[in-house]
Design a protein around this ligand. Structure first.
Ligand code: AP5
Length: 216
């Protein structure tokens, strides 16, 4: 399955992508995770991306399109993948369609998670992420069994630097201005599947399983 996950910061894309990836043995391609790893390693991509990420702005389209072209060309993507955080602009969406058309493997579904703004802010301000495996927790609604320690791998939990209130507000503005219009693009193509992201994680999972089954 070739799947795109859309939705505002904190809508639950990463949480659901991780579950689907494990169950269906396809990679979760999180552009945010790839960029954060590049920043940590100090690669040229990371050096260029850091300022944009710290300010809550989008990294330029050209860099992101090249990154995705390389990544989906890898062997582990032959059976499909979940794009978590890409595309983020209409230009990225069109570039993705063009590269998939070249290889005759179009997208099958674009899942759009919707969650009200107050809840997005609550989720992001309480989110803690594992440095080792990337799993997400929430201090109140999904706390780890032991404070500061990942339930899955024992890694250290930390707060993402862009999860502070000021940067979250900027990321939400950027989402509404540049990313939200993509939903209309996928709706016109008959690929959009809207998901109510206010339900529990398990309920959303079950919903996604049904839609993936129907689009196979
Ligand atoms: P990125 O890492 O992609 O961040 P994002 O889109 O802002 O998304 P998040 O990871 O914050 O949220 P999520 O929807 O995955 O939520 P999660 O599942 O963790 O991007 C970061 C930056 O990189 C961007 O600002 C930009 O600079 C750059 N970038 C990345 N891609 C780019 C691109 N294509 N083009 C240009 N720039 C790009 O859940 C959040 C919290 O809620 C967690 O605590 C979780 O436990 C909890 N939660 C999840 N589901 C539920 C639920 N159902 N009920 C209650 N709590 C829940």
């Amino acid at each position: 399955m070739r799947i795109v996950f859309l939705g505002a910061p904190g809508a639950g894309k990463g949480t659901q992508a991780r579950l689907i990836a494990e169950k269906h043995h396809i990679p979760q391609i999180s552009t945010g995770d790839i960029l954060r790893a590049a920043v940590r390693e100090g690669t040229p991509l990371g050096v260029e991306a850091k300022g944009y990420m710290d300010r809550g702005e989008l990294v330029p389209d050209a860099l992101m399109v090249d990154l995705i072209r390389d990544r989906i060309g890898c062997d582990d993507c032959l059976k499909g993948y979940i794009l978590d955080g890409f595309p983020r602009t209409l230009e990225q969406a069109r570039a993705l369609d063009a590269m998939l058309a070249e290889v005759g493997s179009p997208l099958q579904v674009a899942i759009d998670f919707s969650v009200p703004t107050e809840e997005l802010v609550r989720r992001l301000s309480g989110r803690r992420v594992c440095r080792a495996c990337g799993a997400s927790f929430h201090l109140v609604s999904a706390p780890p069994s032991k404070e500061g320690v990942c339930d899955h791998c024992g890694g250290e939990l930390y707060q993402r630097p862009d999860d502070n209130v000021e940067t979250v507000s900027k990321r939400l503005d950027v989402y509404h201005a540049q990313t939200a219009p993509i939903t209309a693009y996928y709706r016109e193509k008959g690929l959009l599947y809207p998901v109510d992201g206010m339900r529990g994680i398990d309920e959303i999972q079950a919903d996604l399983e049904q839609v993936l089954l129907s689009r196979k």
